[in-house]
Write a protein that binds this ligand. Structure first.
Ligand SMILES: [Zn+2]
Length: 304
C-alpha cells in the first residue's frame, strides 16, 4: 500500500503537471471506483485543480469550484502519467483524468476493487474521512515533538507494530515503513507502548522522523526526475521490510518474519528482539487485537 513517502512523491510529481490546469475530462471505467453520488462527478470537469493535499494515505485534488476529490489507492492502486487521451483498455485501468498536457491514469492490479474516489462539496466534508491519526509531516515539514508523538502512541496500550500502523494513532504509516522504523529504532514489533523506557521513546521518535525523512527525500528526488511509475512496498534499499531470510544490513543476521492474514512483519532478531526469534502464526493469534489485522481492516478504522 502506498504510504506517506510514496504519496508525497506522487504529490510532488503531480504538482507541476496538474496544479493550475483544468481537468478537461474524467473517464471512469470501473463502476466500483466512485463511492459518492453527490456532488455529481461531472461537476469537476472543466474546473482547475487549485491545490493538492494529502489526508493520511489519500491524495486530495482541490478544484477551483471548492470541490474536493479524494483518492485512496488502497493496496494495489497506482498512478501513471500518460500521453493525453491514453486508452483505458484492460481491466486494470480504472480511470483517466485528462488534462491539456496529459492523462493521469489510475490502475489497480489484481481482481479486488478496493481503490476509491469520493467527491465532497467542501473541505470540511472531505476531512470527515480522516481517521484522525497524528500527522507527523503536516504541510511537508516534520513538526511533531516527542511529547505529542508519545501521547498519540500511548493513548491505548498497543504493540508497537499496531500503534505505528493504526491510522487513528499515526497518519500515513503502513506495513512497510513501520518495519523500517522499528528496525532503525532497534525495537521489537511486539513491545507494548506502555512498556517503553524514556530512552526507547527517544530512539523510536528519532527513528520515525529520520526513516520517513530519508524515504521522502529519496522518493521526491526520484519523482523530480520522472513520474513515479514503480511505486512498491518493497524497495531494494530497505533494511528489513520484504527481506525475509536476507542479511540485516546492520548485523548480518537473517531477517525474520511474523506472518498474518496476507501480510508479514519483518525484523532482525539480533538488533530488535535480543536475539529471540518470535513464533510465527501462533504469535499473531495470541496478540489478537494488538496486532495489525488485514490492511483493509486497518484502513477501515474510523475516528475514535
Ligand atoms: Zn540486525
Amino acid at each position: 500500500m502506498p504510504e506517506l513517502p510514496d504519496i508525497t512523491a506522487y504529490l510532488s510529481a503531480l504538482e507541476p503537471r496538474i496544479v493550475g490546469r483544468p481537468l478537461t475530462h474524467l473517464r471512469i471505467a470501473s463502476p466500483f471506483l466512485l463511492r459518492t453520488v453527490q456532488p455529481r462527478i461531472e461537476e469537476i470537469e472543466d474546473h482547475t485543480v487549485r491545490a493538492l493535499h494529502r489526508i493520511g494515505k489519500r491524495i486530495v485534488f482541490e478544484f477551483d469550484n471548492g470541490l474536493w476529490l479524494v483518492l485512496h489507492l488502497m493496496i494495489a492502486g497506482r498512478l501513471h502519467w500518460r500521453p493525453l487521451g491514453a486508452k483505458l483498455g484492460g481491466r486494470n485501468n480504472l480511470a483517466a483524468f485528462d488534462f491539456p498536457n496529459g492523462s493521469l491514469v489510475l490502475t489497480e492490479a489484481g481482481s479486488k476493487r478496493r481503490a476509491s474516489l469520493h467527491l465532497f462539496a467542501t473541505e470540511a466534508a472531505a476531512k470527515e474521512i480522516d481517521p484522525g491519526g497524528l500527522d507527523l509531516f503536516a504541510n511537508g515539514v516534520f513538526a511533531t515533538d516527542l511529547a505529542a508523538f508519545r501521547t498519540a502512541l500511548t493513548a491505548e496500550n498497543r504493540t508497537l507494530k499496531r500503534a505505528l500502523t493504526d491510522p487513528r494513532i499515526l497518519s500515513g504509516i503502513g506495513n512497510a515503513y513501520s518495519d523500517e522504523i522499528l528496525h532503525a529504532a532497534r525495537l521489537s514489533p511486539i513491545l507494548q507502548t506502555h512498556k517503553l523506557t524514556e530512552e526507547q521513546w527517544q530512539r523510536l521518535y528519532v527513528a520515525t522522523r529520520d526513516t520517513l525523512k530519508l524515504w521522502i527525500d529519496r522518493l521526491n528526488a526520484e519523482a523530480a526526475q520522472a513520474f513515479p511509475e514503480k511505486v512498491t512496498a518493497f524497495r531494494k534499499d530497505m533494511a528489513a521490510h520484504g527481506r525475509f531470510g536476507q542479511p540485516c544490513p546492520s548485523c548480518g543476521s537473517p531477517i525474520q518474519r511474523i506472518r498474518y492474514a496476507d501480510n508479514e512483519t519483518n525484523y532482525c532478531p539480533q538488533c530488535q528482539t535480543n536475539g529471540k526469534v518470535l513464533a510465527d502464526r501462533s504469535l499473531s493469534r495470541l496478540l489478537g487485537s494488538d496486532w495489525p489485522r488485514t490492511l483493509d481492516e486497518l484502513e477501515a478504522l474510523k475516528k475514535r
